[in-house]
Write a protein of this length. Structure first.
Length: 523
């Protein structure tokens, strides 16, 4: 007979829930791949077929794509999945969906290795399973979502290393895991230096002989990552506070308007940057970003919805303050010992998890804050468990209220996602596959002009299943723009233009997205 109070059974049910939310209608919702997903899928296809990416480079460690320089980890997994299942939209999303489905279980294992109770770990797993940002991101091909699960696996190994110094497999897992993180997404690489600084306290200075070699290898891997991915960081720096012209122009305007000696002295570049970073850090904690509206990017959240539920927000922030920062305040007199406490380790991770987003121009930014958002779910789980244990006499009432609120929030978001969101797909410009089929049937040899942005070429290459030979023979890229993006001008028989007036006279067919649908016009 199944014991439904067993942690293993409850965790299995939570995992089934996570799988359902992430895999149901995965092939059709969202209705179509976005440009990043198409680039991941088509480059994986080219690598399998030719061993080269879209620039003709053999198995590169950084894929230039359309100039955003993607890391290869996600592409490699899509290549494997494509070989097994074929080249479909859901296959491109499969690594992200699988990673998101496994994440609740990984959170449970991580907290258990941090010596937390089954009940606390289960609450954290449940709140991760229904976390809107994980739900949403897992249904799209996000490298960051895959890297998040890899990072939690790596943090599990870090926790195990604190008590199992002599196991070689842990050292190998930590070293190769760090390399895998670096090759999957850039956010973990930005966090690794801060984590490496903390590890001696977590693993214990008195035990340094048991871990110094591992730590040194991790330092070498991290340094090699920064050195080897210099090209990627060169491009990414163009979208940070440090390089964006608009940030500098705003600073100059503010400095010119400064009045008084003190104001003029504080109006320097470094003070201005610090203000911008702190402002972005503060806005990321706001209910407007987290619960009510989300960020500005339409691919990061449902229209008009946030990234977490109110239950995550209230219990997550209170957990961080009470169990995290509160623990630090209580342990200040014995700092060396308190840094090994799991709550303080989690608080440290929460604070540094926002660093990648804080330096981004369009912060708050969900993709670069995924670890932070999941840690809020972890804090919420820990706080709910603490609350229930603290008020045992009201446990049933509290459980009922929390359960009711959670069911209402899940139901509202679920209806929004599976009922309303299918009718809000214009941002993806759906129907491209059908348009290409119509063009192939009615105008099989005719040159075609397509009105669209500079990324459209990879979507048309993916949905037309363009062969590697035809792709390499016809692709034309434009010169890089200010931030290094290389837009596609031609692929196959498709010529991509910014407006209909740019059509060449020899192109008798024009395709453009108008009035929420694809229009085919003849001349």
């Amino acid at each position: 007979m199944i014991n439904f109070k067993s942690p293993q059974v409850l965790l299995s049910l939570i995992t089934i829930l996570a799988i359902g939310l992430r895999f149901w209608q995965l092939d059709t919702l969202p209705s179509q791949l976005n440009r990043d997903e198409a680039a991941l899928g088509y480059n994986a296809f080219l690598l399998v077929q030719t061993g080269q990416d879209e620039w003709g480079k053999p198995w590169p460690l950084v894929l230039e794509s359309f100039g955003d320089y993607k890391l290869p980890g996600y592409v490699w997994l899509v290549a494997i999945a494509g070989q097994i299942f074929g080249w479909h939209d859901w296959v491109v999303r499969l690594p992200s969906a699988a990673a998101g489905s496994l994440l609740p279980g990984l959170i449970y294992i991580w907290l258990k290795n941090l010596k937390k109770a089954d009940s606390a770990a289960l609450w954290a797993a449940l709140l991760t399973a229904v976390l809107p940002v994980s739900w949403f991101y897992s249904r799209m091909g996000f490298e960051a979502n895959l890297a998040l699960s890899f990072l939690v696996i790596w943090l599990i190994l870090v926790a195990k290393k604190a008590t199992s110094y002599s196991q070689v497999w842990l050292d190998v897992g930590l070293i190769f895991g760090a390399a895998l993180l670096i090759l999957t997404y850039n956010t973990p690489l930005l966090l690794l230096p801060f984590i490496l600084i903390y590890l001696p306290w977590l693993w214990g200075f008195e035990n340094w002989k048991n871990w110094w070699r591992t730590w040194l290898w991790l330092l070498v891997i991290t340094g090699s990552g920064f050195y080897g991915l210099a090209t990627l960081f060169g491009q990414k720096s163009a979208i940070t506070l440090f390089s964006d012209p608009s940030v500098w122009n705003n600073f100059v305007t503010q400095r010119q308007a400064a009045r008084g000696i003190l104001t003029h002295l504080t109006s320097n570049w470094y003070v201005y940057l610090a203000e911008q970073i702190l402002w972005r850090w503060w806005r990321t904690w706001s209910p407007e970003f987290l619960v009510l509206r989300g960020g500005t990017h339409p691919w990061h959240a449902l229209p008009g919805a946030g990234h977490i539920f109110w239950i995550h927000y209230v219990f997550g922030i209170s957990g961080f303050l009470v169990l995290g920062l509160g623990k630090i305040c209580n342990q200040l007199t014995k700092l060396k010992d308190c840094l090994r406490l799991p709550e303080i380790w989690l608080a440290f991770l929460t604070i540094i998890s926002l660093i990648p987003a804080m330096i981004t121009i369009d912060a708050p930014h969900a993709t670069r804050s995924l670890l932070f958002l999941v840690l809020l779910a972890v804090w919420a789980g820990l706080m709910i468990d603490w609350f229930l244990n603290r008020f045992q006499s009201y446990k049933k009432i509290i459980l009922g209220l929390i359960g009711l609120i959670l069911i209402l929030e899940i139901g509202r978001y679920g209806l929004n996602y599976f009922k309303s969101f299918p009718n809000q797909q214009d941002v993806f410009q759906p129907g491209l596959n059908q348009v290409i089929q119509t063009l192939d049937r009615d105008y099989p040899q005719t040159p075609i002009a397509v009105v669209g942005d500079g990324y459209a070429y990879v979507l048309w290459a993916w949905y037309s299943q363009l062969s590697p030979r035809d792709f390499f023979a016809t692709v034309i890229k434009q010169l890089p723009d200010r931030i290094g993006f290389r837009y596609g001008q031609q692929v196959g028989r498709y010529h991509f233009i910014m407006q209909a007036a740019d059509r060449d006279e020899s192109e008798k067919i024009l395709v453009e997205w108008q009035n929420s649908s694809w229009q085919i016009k003849t001349f």
